[in-house]
Design a protein around this ligand. Structure first.
Ligand SMILES: NC(=O)c1ccc[n+]([C@@H]2O[C@H](COP(=O)([O-])OP(=O)(O)OC[C@H]3O[C@@H](n4cnc5c(N)ncnc54)[C@H](O)[C@@H]3O)[C@@H](O)[C@H]2O)c1
Ligand SMILES: [Zn+2]
Length: 383
């Protein structure tokens, strides 16, 4: 019989790409999504990008009846539904806890309570569970996992994490799955909670579990309307509207950008994974890219190179660097990112060029976060 997979949050960015891939590979797909207005706009309809074969249920992951209906007959779950804004989570604690924590608990309540046997449960987690990535300092032959940068250090504009032994700035190295979680935001905390809850309930119910820690996902269909997530569409919007791409810190913070179609492939591999124990995998490209370089690549693709603005600001809770150690995903899951940044950005830009762009959404979100003290101005002590 054809596998029926339930994708929670399947109307979103990663969900629509994954649904398309699964349908193309002959799976039956059901989506449970509440079409959250911040992502889909007011009075939204299910997105056109969902193939016609997908069964769509409009409902909330915290609504037990909706979850029960969505799980009926499913043999696999890909749990994507979540609120995803790191900085926004610092002032909307209850909504983040409700969707991400209570929603995940509700799904497991139904699986366990109704004794639903699943062949696979795949959880969409994030590199945010690591906090800062891994580093090295020449003075020690160790992989180090630094504490968050102190408020004082950030205020003075000293961006790199400092070695506790010699005080020098350290060098980022690939971050492996074995680093203990160190959540620096409410969003990350909810994701750590999801991971641990899924692990416990998978053990208890005998459900095979795979946890995927996506790095920074970008590509077509990324919510242009949601100013709280995804720096690539923000830069596209700013540059296309004739503004420079605005950079926090010195623009040299690094991230690991992975194209959404690669993530859909990773989800497919995870749904088919038959390891003997729960798998936890980094889903990244393994390549660090500075935020300024990302802005340059997008500017080049749009024909407006070198348009960046250093804002002299930083975001509370941001990390400096994190990129994936991809060895375990390659060896055990058979996953390797296939779309490089230049090709992936061209793909993104081609899509964004055909979209109606929001006016001022990022700027008003930034003003709001500054008002709340979550975006701050650098004030070097020595002037
Ligand atoms: N995009 C990234 O860079 C990234 C990185 C790491 C992890 N993730 C994780 O991947 C998953 C998907 O992210 P995305 O980028 O596709 O986000 P998205 O916002 O595009 O999609 C999330 C979907 O969940 C739905 N949703 C929100 N609250 C819901 C609720 N209470 N009930 C039902 N549906 C609800 C939204 O309507 C949306 O369609 C999330 O769990 C996110 O934490 C994303
Ligand atoms: Zn040192």
């Amino acid at each position: 019989m054809t596998t029926l997979v339930l994708i929670t949050g399947g109307a979103g960015f990663i969900g629509t790409h994954t649904a398309r891939l699964l349908v193309a590979r002959g799976w039956r797909v059901r989506v449970l999504d509440n079409l959250c207005p911040q992502v889909h706009g007011p009075a939204a309809e299910p997105p056109d990008d969902l193939p016609a074969e997908v069964e769509f249920i409009r409902g909330d992951v915290t609504d037990r009846n909706a979850v029960r209906a969505a799980l009926d007959g499913a043999s696999a779950v890909l749990h994507l539904a979540a609120l995803t804004g790191v900085t926004q989570s610092m002032h909307e604690l209850e909504s983040y806890a409700n969707t991400n924590v209570t929603g995940t608990a509700c799904i497991w309540d139904v699986i366990a309570g109704d004794r639903i046997r699943l062949d696979q449960f795949v959880l969409a987690s994030t590199r945010a569970v690591y906090g800062e990535g891994a580093y090295q300092c020449p003075c020690q032959n160790l992989i180090l996992h630094p504490h968050p940068r102190s408020p004082d250090q950030l205020r003075r504009g000293q961006w790199d994490p400092l070695c506790t032994a010699c005080g020098s700035p350290m060098t980022p190295v690939p971050t492996s799955e074995d680093i203990p979680p160190s959540a620096l935001s409410v969003y990350a905390l909810t994701k750590v909670f999801q991971e641990q809850l899924c692990r416990q309930m998978a053990d208890l119910t005998g459900t095979p579990l795979v946890t995927l820690r996506y790095f920074n996902v970008y590509g077509p269909n990324q919510a242009l309307r949601n100013p709280y997530t995804g720096i690539a569409p923000v830069f596209c919007t700013q540059l296309m509207q004739g503004h420079p791409a605005s950079l926090f810190e010195d623009g040299l913070a690094t991230r690991d950008f992975i194209h959404v179609r690669d993530v859909a492939t990773a989800n497919w591999l995870a749904l088919n994974y038959r390891g003997t124990r729960p798998g936890v995998f980094n889903i990244g490209s393994g390549c660090p890219t500075t935020i300024e370089d990302l802005a340059r690549v997008i500017g080049l693709a749009l024909g407006v190179p070198h348009r960046v603005e250093h804002t002299g600001r930083y975001r509370v809770g941001d990390i400096r660097s994190c990129y994936a150690d991809t060895a375990r995903a390659a060896k055990e899951l058979g996953f390797k990112a296939g779309i490089g940044l230049n090709a992936g950005v061209c793909d993104l830009v081609a899509w964004v060029s055909g979209q109606a762009l929001p006016r001022g959404a990022f700027e008003s979100a930034t003003a709001d976060l500054a008002e709340r003290g979550l975006i701050r101005v650098v004030a070097p002590i020595d002037g």
